[in-house]
Design a protein around this ligand. Structure first.
Ligand SMILES: O=C(O)CCC(=O)C(=O)O
Ligand SMILES: [Fe+2]
Length: 315
């Protein structure tokens, strides 16, 4: 009797042990699965954080920049000129002696436009753009055609504002614009050895205002690499007059020449004029603005009088 009970106990006991072992195994497997899932999630999170830190470091420290041609802190006493071999782009267009680029390059000057003039032009841009503005990060105001960014499209500021335009812009504003444009034209002609009277203002010539708001339409995507002669056709010489300071008024927003040997940067500074031949020898882009507001004017020149535009006048 005692022996039989012991036997039963033994049978019952080993079943219980087997059950325990099974339960323990199941628990071990479940926690191993849990560990794998947690491990994967942590690994993904670590990779994401590393990628984000890498991107932030890349953008803020300018690791993508091989050389800074002119920094914001520098104040150039004379133009800095950099020669680059001309591309073949100009072969696809009619050549204009005394104007079509024969030697190509890029240059930066801080002595053609004063900071006071840049400030007056920025105020002009602020007043004009306050009447409209894009929903995305990039707005333009073209005093020649009247185009003004408005939401997701453009309006004609002269038609849109009617008589009130006289409260927004003055004759002095337009005189300053004309004067500055003339000086830039003279500087381009002198630097590239051109006859200034063979160089004409062309379109689009416009103010730009850029901030860090996400783009809403393709018009807001100012950061794409491009060649001005390909994008705009009539351009032979592009100039950019900066109206605000990199690092003080805005972050990001540096101008980048994308050469085969690396990226070369111009840091905007109010009153600084950067100018260059418009072919693919000067492929470029603007870095995304990360904070603040960046103002500039793109002033464009052509050698083809058929594409010339006049200075803007108040209607
Ligand atoms: O604002 C800039 O620095 C460059 C603008 C530009 O590339 C353009 O208007 O074609
Ligand atoms: Fe451009």
């Amino acid at each position: 009797m005692v022996a039989q009970r012991r036997g039963n106990l033994k049978v019952n006991g080993s079943a219980a042990i087997e059950k325990k072992i099974k339960r323990a195994n199941a628990q071990r497997q479940a926690s191993a699965r849990k560990r794998t899932v947690v491990g994967t999630v942590l690994w993904c999170a670590a990779v994401t954080v590393c990628a984000a830190l890498g991107w932030w470091y890349y953008v803020t420290t300018g690791e993508h920049i091989t050389e800074t041609l002119v920094s914001r802190r520098e104040l150039l006493q004379q133009p800095k000129v950099f020669s680059v071999p001309c591309s073949e782009d100009y072969d696809n267009y009619k050549r204009f002696p005394g104007c079509t680029p024969q030697s190509c390059g890029r240059a930066v000057t801080d002595t053609v436009v004063t900071r006071e003039e840049a400030s007056a032009l920025k105020q002009l841009a602020e007043r004009g753009l306050s009447l409209g503005g894009s929903e995305g990060g990039a707005s333009i105001l073209d005093l020649h055609s009247g185009a003004l960014s408005m939401g997701k499209q453009f309006v004609n500021i002269y038609k849109y504002s009617g008589e009130q335009i006289k409260d927004v812009f003055s004759k002095e504003d337009f005189d300053l614009y004309k004067d500055v444009r003339g000086r830039i034209q003279g500087m381009i002609a002198e630097t590239f050895g051109l006859d200034p009277s063979r160089l004409y203002l062309t379109k689009p010539t416009f103010f730009s205002r850029i901030n860090s708001t996400d783009a809403k339409t393709a018009h807001d995507e100012y950061w794409h690499p491009h060649i001005d002669k390909v994008t705009y056709g009539s351009f032979d010489y592009t100039s950019l007059l900066y109206l605000s300071d990199f690092g003080t008024d805005f972050g990001g927003g540096r101008f980048i020449f994308m050469d085969a040997t690396g990226n070369r940067t111009v840091e905007p500074r109010a009153g600084r004029v950067s100018f260059f031949t418009s072919g693919s020898e000067n492929l470029h882009r603007v870095e995304k603005v990360t904070w603040g507001t960046r103002y500039a004017i793109t002033v464009s020149f052509t050698c083809d009088s058929d594409h010339a535009i006049d200075n803007p006048t108040l209607p």
